[in-house]
Design a protein around this ligand. Structure first.
Ligand SMILES: [Zn+2]
Length: 282
């Protein structure tokens, strides 16, 4: 007498009684008809899935001959397990490690300007290097995935430090709605969503907004940059950030004027605390 899902039955498989449970190691040949059908269906489904996976791999390999996946930084062919940036580039990324250092140069940018709890930037932005290309691909070449991926990597490191892991929510520096419509996305929001995913914190994009459309900050003096963004941000539904520690996220910090303006606006609300994280420092 052996068992299957439907109960005990003889080795001939002709008689069985309902009630007892099936042991998973039961050979299929001893199963009753409904179980046999079920086992057959499962193994067929398994074979079908592995067949589809194999086909996908073959198609991927075929297309990679014509459209190889390239590293967004150095342009080298990516290995199958690599995503967007090759292992070598990630290993050689000129990281600041500022998130582990108090009173670091990013925090010093805000001294006497805005009361920032903690601030950091992930890597040094140096013009015409392969690492500057990461930012360029994200901002001007529509490579949205790289913002999310770099955010994920950055977020995993921020999570390891108590100074950053105590934040309650993440807010990206907003673009003016007209600019966002034109570009199709907000690069800071992509980085913030990657950070949020790794840190397990919520990302909030509907509270802080840019009320005034401004000219680009590039090629402006420090003073003009500040005047250009002074009082241009607003907060709606302020009660949602009362007493919260906010992590403000941007792509690159240069003079810090935009981040200072955002932070000043957020700090006007009840009992808020603001920290800053940017992907790079120029
Ligand atoms: Zn590379």
């Amino acid at each position: 007498m052996v068992s299957c899902i439907h109960g005990d039955f003889s080795s001939t498989g002709r008689t069985y009684t309902k009630g007892s449970s099936c042991s998973s190691s039961q050979p299929v040949s001893f199963a009753c008809f409904p179980c046999k059908l079920f086992y057959n269906y499962l193994s067929l489904l398994n074979r079908f899935i592995s067949y589809i996976m194999q086909m996908v791999r073959i198609i991927e390999d075929f297309f990679s001959l014509f459209y190889p996946k390239l590293c967004a930084a150095c342009g080298a062919h990516l290995l199958q397990q690599e995503e967007l940036v090759c292992t070598q580039c990630l290993y050689n990324l000129p990281k600041t490690n500022y998130h582990r250092i108090e009173e670091n140069p990013v925090e010093q940018v805000f001294w006497g300007r805005a009361k920032i709890a903690a601030a950091t930037a992930y890597f040094f932005f140096e013009k015409d290097t392969r690492f500057a290309k990461i930012i360029h691909q994200l901002k001007y070449r529509g490579m949205k995935e790289i913002g999310i991926e770099m955010g994920r990597i950055f977020g995993a490191e921020l999570k390891e430090t108590s100074r950053f892991n105590e934040v309650d929510l993440i807010i990206p520096v907003p673009l003016h709605w007209k600019k966002q419509k034109k570009r199709g996305y907000n690069q800071s929001e992509l980085i913030a969503s990657g950070i949020a995913e790794s840190m397990g914190k919520p990302i909030v994009t509907n509270i802080l907004y840019r009320a005034v459309e401004t000219e680009t900050q590039t090629r402006k003096s420090r003073y003009k940059r500040w005047k250009n963004v002074e009082n241009i941000f607003r907060v709606r539904s302020a009660d949602k950030i009362t007493g919260k520690h906010i992590l403000l996220v941007d792509d690159v910090i240069t003079t810090g004027s935009t981040l200072e303006s955002c932070a000043t606006t957020l700090l006007k609300e009840n009992n808020t605390k603001v920290s800053v994280a940017t992907l790079a420092i120029a």
